[in-house]
Design a protein around this ligand. Sequence first.
Ligand code: CTP
Length: 409
Amino acid sequence: MNSLAGRRIVLGVSGGIAAYKAVEVCRRLVDAGACVIPVLTKGATRFVGRATFDALASERVRMSLFDEDDPIPHTTLGQTADCVVVAPATARVIGAYAAGISSDLLTATLIATRAPVVVCPAMHTEMWEHPAVAANIATLAARGVHIVGPESGPLAGGDEGAGRLSAAADIAAAVSRVLEAASRPPDMDGLSVVVTAGGTREPIDPVRYIGNRSSGKQGHAFADEAASRGAQVTIVTTVDRPGPPAATVVRVETAEQMSAAAADATADADLVIMAAAVADFRPADPAGVKLKKRDGVPDLPLEPTPDILAALGASKPAGQILVGFAAETCDLAHNAAAKLAGKGADYIVANDVTARNAGFAHDTNEVLVLTYDGRIHPIGLRSKRQVAQAVLDLVLADRVAQTAMQENQ
Ligand code: CTP
């Protein structure tokens, strides 16, 4: 199981000679499917250029507590991270973190996060063995911070001893273990889950299509989360990204194909999650050959596509749980409530796709979950995987409560 796939990882890099090795840590995490956001201290940029991380990481480098795009970058980073890794961690950063001092973006993020933290110290042996550093490390370890390394070996300046940054492969493996340990227990063992993901494409001709901005990230995050909790997952997706290991992946393009695949896959499913952004209209008569500009603006009559969620809601087998989505640009709760009632869903996960850092293409999301019995659960800004985790927590808790009620009747 790849516990790094789809995870949002803040990679803190502080100012030591080992900062260049953080580039390799970044690359390994990205290669394993993680979304890596580098946070560099001013000192780090003396050893390695921010352009290197900008090129390799999933998001641009952050350095300042005063970011033009985000008034509170440290809380956004801290709250939306699945894990914060500091590699290398200097004596200064370790000391500030242990003492709760937040003088720069990295230390502020460390203090603002509730995600698991992995600290990878690197410094000269004399510094590593200093009682202040040893006490700070002991404090962090006692608070549950994961300390990886340092190792013994050659150090800068020709010295030898304890203080070398752990190998990039070992750091990536440690992050993976930490994320796996922080995962939910296998409380979906034996459940069959179908997820739809991505935006459909409705052909105009063999070259052009009507589409939408959905990236499929939220749907894939649901599939990854359900699989990591033991579910047997089928993902019907329009996007070219791997499903979780052992999942059945059905690739489709149009609403019609998604409708057929969903009808096939959902008959025996315990839980269906309709996260896909399905086109509502398609060209009624797509051209078999490319439309030529010289022939002028085409007449493009549209016809409605099947409403997959409504059809699933109308034919839902007893006991199946149906989760729909609502992508809105205004009146979120009102529009979502209409979809909950109108489509026969048990839950609607609603998001305002115009909100900052939420909705299409972002790695984070912020949603309202409306339930079959009129509750509204807000889920604040966090990674799409954490949103999936929170929604599944809610659905499973309701399922357990309902089963208990039925048993008591
Ligand atoms: N949906 C569907 N089939 C469609 C359109 C939407 O199954 N043809 C599903 C989506 O997967 C989502 C839910 O219906 O779970 C709501 O989709 P959304 O695009 O928010 O709403 P629409 O029903 O398309 O209504 P509108 O575009 O008018 O908001």
